[in-house]
Ligand binder design. Structure first.
Ligand code: PGA
Length: 257
């Protein structure tokens, strides 16, 4: 079994307009060295309105980073005011799409069923879902973290086949660590990512689960990336706040230097 390719993704959330997006990518590229891209995937997830400008700059400057979207709709076309379909993202060379980020679940009412439908749509068009799961502080304190995350996985991945293990990524993001500056300790993050993989094993079998990437997300910074990436079941990071700083995100991507 080939080693899993680490995957570091920047989730810009609702930050940066399309002009600022270009600047951010240019500065990031300036701080990165060729070796930083070797043997790992780097993904940028700007807001929808900046996808086109980021696509253009990645292409024109031949930057080996992939484009990601923060969400999508599960239908391909139709009277769905305000929504964006996977085929539209595909036309912009988007490779990865987040499904069920905790902010979507919490603020926009996305249930496991909704996340499941989106995941299926992303896969149907050959794009790669990054399925996000994670427990709240209350659930963690009640000792329910593994149970909650396992259930989210089962619901979000119901009926989803995985033939290429690298084509579906799971991001474990404890809600209490997102944007709070409170990171899970590497041990806690490892324990939860191992639990995610155990569930993937029961869904997809040993070989597939061994090949699937599990990211950690929640206050990932230049100062904690190395310890997190050293853990056996952590194959990458989903980075929010720190991905808005070209210096910080370059240090995170370049953590092997
Ligand atoms: P954060 O966000 O790095 O700002 O905590 C992570 C995320 O929401 O993906």
């Amino acid at each position: 079994m080939a080693a899993r390719t680490p995957i570091i993704a920047g989730n810009w959330k609702m930050h940066r307009d399309h002009l600022e997006a270009i600047q951010l990518v240019q500065k990031l590229a300036y701080h990165l060295e060729e070796d930083d891209y070797e043997g790992q995937e780097v993904v940028l997830c700007p807001p929808f309105v900046s996808l086109r400008s980021v696509q253009t700059i990645l292409q024109s400057d031949r930057l080996p980073m992939q484009l990601g979207a923060q969400t999508c709709y599960d239908q391909d076309e139709g009277a769905f005011t305000g929504e964006i379909s996977v085929p539209m993202l595909e036309r912009l060379d988007v490779t990865y799409v987040l499904a069920g980020h905790s902010e979507r679940r919490e603020l926009f009412g996305e249930t496991d069923e909704v996340v499941n439908a989106k995941t299926a749509a992303i896969q149907r068009h050959g794009l790669r879902p990054i399925v996000c799961v994670g427990e709240s502080l209350e659930q963690r304190e009640a000792g329910q973290a593994v149970e909650v995350v396992t259930e989210q996985l089962r619901g979000s991945l119901a009926g989803i086949d995985v033939s290429d293990p690298e084509a579906l990524v799971v991001a474990y993001e404890p809600v209490w660590a997102i944007g709070t500056g409170r990171t899970a300790t590497p041990d806690d993050a490892q324990e939860m990512c191992a639990a995610v993989r155990a569930e993937l094993r029961s869904l997809y079998g040993e070989d597939t689960a061994t090949g699937m990437r599990v990211q950690y997300g929640g206050s990932v910074k230049p100062g904690n990336i190395r310890a997190l990436m050293a853990e056996a079941d952590i194959d990458g990071a989903l980075v929010g706040g720190a991905s808005l700083s070209s210096e910080d995100f370059a240090l995170i991507v370049g953590h092997r230097r």
